[in-house]
Design a protein. Structure first.
Length: 191
């Protein structure tokens, strides 16, 4: 099965989440499509369709990111490129935290993940998951990637202020947006 991504963080995370699947990265010869969708689901399908057309294999593709309430849902589908097309995770996170601080308002946020599967018959299936929480002004932790150092998930409880970057991988997988869609995918494939 091809995971329509070359992002090493995503590949590692999905390999951990779906240990029973032999996930292969998108072959180098396949050009990544332009993600012009307005939703995570649209972008996941765009990537899955392009990978399927190029390889003829069973493919899964995800699109995920963070939506911040006070920013009207931004960065949303632009999460990976929020501070610019070549922006680093740190630059994207800094821009979001600066914009949130400038509002002087709430810090509620949610991670969202849409996962598209195109099976052997060419049928499309879509799975979606989210993880709610809030942002803290100063990033902490060395695990995870993206916005993890500033995102505190609700599911750990009101007295637990660890960021996703401070939570061990197994616990993170149990409550993350990607963990939720991976479990849905595994359940579907198990049927």
């Amino acid at each position: 099965m091809i995971l329509a991504s070359r992002n090493s963080h995503k590949l590692r995370e999905f390999a951990e989440l779906l240990p029973g699947l032999d996930l292969q990265p998108l072959p180098d010869r396949v050009q990544s499509p332009v993600e012009h969708g307005e939703t995570f689901a649209e972008n996941a399908l765009i990537k899955a369709r392009a990978a399927r057309e190029a390889t003829g294999e069973v493919v899964v593709a995800d699109d995920s990111g963070i939506e911040v309430e006070v920013l009207g849902g931004r960065p949303g589908v632009r999460s990976a490129r929020y501070a610019g097309e070549a922006a680093t995770d740190g630059e994207n996170l800094a821009k979001v935290l600066q914009e949130v601080a400038a509002t002087g308002q709430g810090t509620g946020a949610r991670y969202v993940c849409a996962l598209a599967l195109i099976d052997e018959a060419g049928e499309e299936h879509l799975f979606e998951g989210e993880c709610t929480g809030h942002l803290i002004p100063e990033p902490r932790g060395s695990g995870g990637f993206g916005y993890d150092p500033a995102f505190v998930p609700d599911d750990t409880g009101p007295d637990d202020n660890r960021t996703m970057a401070e939570i061990d991988p197994d616990e993170k997988h149990s409550l993350s947006h990607r963990g939720r869609v991976a479990r849905e995918l595994a359940e579907y494939l198990g049927r």
